[in-house]
Write a protein that binds this ligand. Structure first.
Ligand code: NAD
Ligand code: MG
Length: 381
């Protein structure tokens, strides 16, 4: 039986690479649902090719155009944010690939695990904001969460077959484009420079998050929820070659790692085919061509966002939600040229100082917190 996939965010970087995987393995997968935010033309082309049961355009303004473009196909066309959640809860798919970006991914992640579906998770923000609720709902409903994020996939792969718990997780970080930029020069960074990631080609928001290390901070929180280790047992090491995707240390001192070329299609395919490893056509890693793999400590002074994320994880409650919302508004403003690069982290710090803090929030509290912090940070711009 083929796996029927609901692909959320099909027009994005992870979304398109997921479609590459599906295209290459049409014997195993078929597309049940595709969703996009506003690019209805690309969504319509994807629907022509993959013949899903349903498509959703989150931005309702494009509903008419999309419906018209797909009138000749037997596909249901929906619009709006809630429709994404509804198609996830429906029974046309058995696996949900969440490749949405930001807060928008939280409710769909919850909907997937609440209905017992396998969740292949790229949207790390879901776990940053509502990790507790998502993991508890997955446990309650017997839903598997398979990480797509390359570091977490590497840790997951290193844990397969182990019966002893991990003693320490070591997340690797490329260091981003500013690894060798002096701290005093960071305030001059332009949008173009921040969007030039040395090893990965990704969506704009995560590329900026990688350069500030907000992304690595979020990955620490993501690792905490996925693998159940406390913050002090999750370390980060800079590894500029991005070949060792992350590592796990065990009680006896053994360290296991997963290596490969930086290509997201591998963790995407693994999340879908686990525990199997079917053939994959991507480029193979060649030790002779990259003979030197190096590791160094993160400069916490230059990249304060990593420490802020650790603090948010320790504080718990709505702190990670506040950090995420402030970051989303700040990164969008930076990309629009409205604020400078260093203002991103400054706005996160101010939001954490000023926002209400709830120690034991519900999902509704996250929604309220996200709205409040967005309003607060927008007013600071
Ligand atoms: P992207 O910006 O390229 O794509 C995002 C997708 O989500 C698009 O299809 C867009 O239409 C849709 N979308 C955006 N805002 C939306 C909204 N408000 N409502 C509904 N749909 C919306 O992003 P990406 O780089 O593919 O990243 C997706 C997620 O995967 C992020 O959480 C990111 O952190 C994570 N991730 C990405 C990579 C990568 O290599 N790109 C690697 C690891 C993790
Ligand atoms: Mg990652």
């Amino acid at each position: 039986m083929k796996q029927r996939i609901a692909l959320l965010g099909s027009t994005g970087s992870i979304g398109e690479q997921t479609l590459d995987v599906v295209r290459a393995r049409s014997d195993r997968f078929e597309i049940a649902v595709l969703t996009a935010c506003s690019n209805w033309q690309k969504l319509a082309r994807q629907a022509e090719e993959f013949a899903p049961d349903a498509v959703v355009i989150a931005d309702e303004r494009w509903y008419g155009d999309l419906r018209e473009a797909l009138a000749h196909l037997p596909v249901k066309v929906y619009a709006g944010t809630e429709a994404i959640e509804q198609v996830v809860r429906g029974d046309s798919a058995d696996v949900v690939v969440n490749a949405l970006v930001g807060y928008a991914g939280m409710m769909p992640s919850l909907a997937a695990v609440e209905t017992g579906k396998k969740l292949a998770l790229a949207n790390k923000e879901s776990l940053v904001i509502a990790g507790k609720q998502i993991i508890e709902a997955a446990d309650r409903n017997g839903a598997a969460i398979l990480p797509v994020d390359s570091e977490h996939s590497a840790i997951f792969q290193s844990l397969v077959g182990e019966v002893s718990p991990a003693r320490r997780l070591i997340l690797t970080a490329s260091g981003g484009p500013f690894l060798h930029t002096p701290k005093e020069r960071l305030c001059e960074v332009t949008v173009e420079q921040a969007l030039r990631h040395p090893n990965w080609s990704m969506g704009a928001k995560i590329t900026v998050d990688s350069s500030t290390m907000v992304n690595k901070g979020f990955e620490v929180i993501e690792a905490h929820w996925l693998f159940g280790l406390p913050a002090e047992k999750i370390d980060v090491l800079v590894h500029p070659q991005s070949v060792v995707h992350s590592m796990v240390e065990f009680a006896d001192g053994a360290i296991k790692a997963q290596l490969g070329t930086p290509d997201m299609r591998l963790p995407i395919q693994y999340a879908l085919t686990f525990p199997e490893r079917p053939d994959y056509g991507g480029q193979r890693f060649d030790f002779a061509r990259t003979p030197s793999l190096t590791f160094e400590e993160v400069d916490g002074d230059k990249f304060p966002a990593l420490g802020i994320a650790y603090e948010c994880l320790e504080r718990g409650g709505t702190a990670p939600c506040t950090m995420n919302a402030a970051n989303e508004v700040a990164v969008a403003a930076f990309l629009q040229g409205r604020i400078g690069y260093s203002d991103i982290v400054r706005l996160i710090e101010r939001a954490l100082e000023q926002a209400d803090f709830l120690p034991s929030p519900t999902v509704e509290d996250y929604t309220a917190c996200d709205r409040e912090v967005r309003g607060m940070v927008s007013a600071m711009l």
